[in-house]
Design a protein around this ligand. Structure first.
Ligand code: ATP
Length: 360
């Protein structure tokens, strides 16, 4: 198991339509600690697969270095990096049985027969294909094949890391949840370094202890699910994580308060700002209350989703979403109140901490 360091990584596949270099990764510095479980999370095209392929060696970065346990492996091919990778679609041998497919990576490396049996039995149980172990892969369904592919990634114990590129896309939703839970347990028990690419926040938040949120070729924030929820470092993180995402409204700073039109939202202290950045107030719908006093609002829509209600309002010309618990009343003449602990200030999209520092 290993620590992986990416230093000053940039990657260009080729020029864009305007002839200028199109950066798939703009500037990435990122450490993956030994035994950590990470998710690379972001919308389609943000550079997740490129980053994963740079770690495994399938793609050589245009700039920057990749280190595994301190060794510079940037110029080493994939097979010299000792990394297992599981792709979105099955990569297996159709003419081999399920068991033979799983044995293959171990036989190739001269692992003892008894050890091969022990490992393969374990993995077969985990992926739930015991009844099909003797069947040729050719006859399996798409999700059974993908489970075999997943098993091939998990069967070696000596790898530096296991990389998963949206491995559960073709798997049935019910089974997906079980497999993800098992993967997480395996990661915790074995202490393997795992990096999991997904654009699904539930998948990322339930699998990883470190979620790496990416957008347009950059890492915006790395944190626990709690960090991403409570202190989104960038307005995009606030918007992308959470359902519905964070409300973002134009604001001005007035001493230790944020000003919205003629109304004020208090801050715990006065921020110190450099230059004249674009200022925005961010507040998650969970911290928006509908009260008898506050900023006047009109209700545009209410979605009752059982556990709570999502209330879409308009306030000072802006859309503001609130999440209300079932017992909370909606006043006849609604006003909006922001719970102070949920109010964040953003300067040019980055969160300002109240000592005045911008992140990062
Ligand atoms: P997805 O979730 O859709 O797989 P992603 O976040 O994994 O997206 P990448 O596949 O890494 O993103 O792509 C990042 C950018 O690089 C995109 O603009 C994509 O079009 C471009 N790109 C990726 N692979 C290539 C390639 N082989 N040649 C040219 N451009 C590429």
């Amino acid at each position: 198991m290993a620590r992986i360091d990416l230093a000053n990584i940039r990657h260009v596949y080729g020029p864009g339509a305007d002839g200028e270099p199109q950066y798939a990764l703009r500037h990435v510095n990122q450490a993956f600690e030994t035994g950590g479980s990470y998710a690379l999370l972001g919308p389609s095209g943000c550079g997740k697969t490129t980053l994963l392929n740079i770690i495994s060696g399938l793609v050589r970065p245009t700039e920057g270095r990749v280190r595994i346990n301190g060794d510079d492996v940037t110029d080493r091919p994939t097979e010299k990096r000792n990394i297992a990778q599981v792709f979105q679609f099955p990569v297996i041998y159709d003419t081999m049985t399920v068991r033979q497919n799983l044995e293959f990576p171990l036989r190739n490396r001269g692992v003892a027969v008894s050890e091969i049996k022990r490992r393969v039995d374990q993995v077969i149980e985990m992926i739930g294909l015991g009844a099909l172990a003797g069947r040729r892969a050719r006859g399996l369904s798409a999700d059974e094949k993908q489970k075999v592919s997943l098993g091939r990634g998990l069967v070696r114990e000596d790898v530096n890391a296991i990389l998963f590129d949206e491995p559960l896309t073709v798997i049935d939703p019910e089974v997906k949840w079980t497999l993800r839970t098992q993967l997480r347990e395996l990661q915790r028990r074995s202490g393997m370094t795992m990096i999991y690419v997904t654009h699904d926040q539930t998948e990322a938040l339930t699998f990883a202890s470190g979620v790496v949120v990416m957008h347009e070729g950059q890492v915006l924030q790395v944190g626990s699910p709690k960090d991403l929820f409570e202190k989104p470092a960038h307005t995009f993180v606030g918007y992308f994580i959470g359902s519905p995402g964070m409300n973002v409204l134009p604001t001005r700073v007035d001493g230790a308060s944020l000003r919205l039109g003629e109304y004020m939202a208090p801050l715990s202290s006065a921020p110190r700002l450099r230059g004249s950045p674009k200022l925005e107030l961010g507040i998650r719908p969970e911290f928006v209350r509908l009260a008898a006093e506050g900023i006047p609002a009109t209700i545009e829509r209410i979605d009752d989703i059982g556990r709570h209600r999502i209330v879409r309002t308009r306030m000072l010309g802006h859309a503001v979403t609130a999440i209300l618990q079932e017992h909370e009343q909606i006043p006849a003449d609604p006003h909006i109140f922001f719970e102070p602990e949920g109010v964040h200030l953003y300067a040019d999209s980055w969160r300002v901490d109240l000592s005045g520092k911008q992140t990062p």
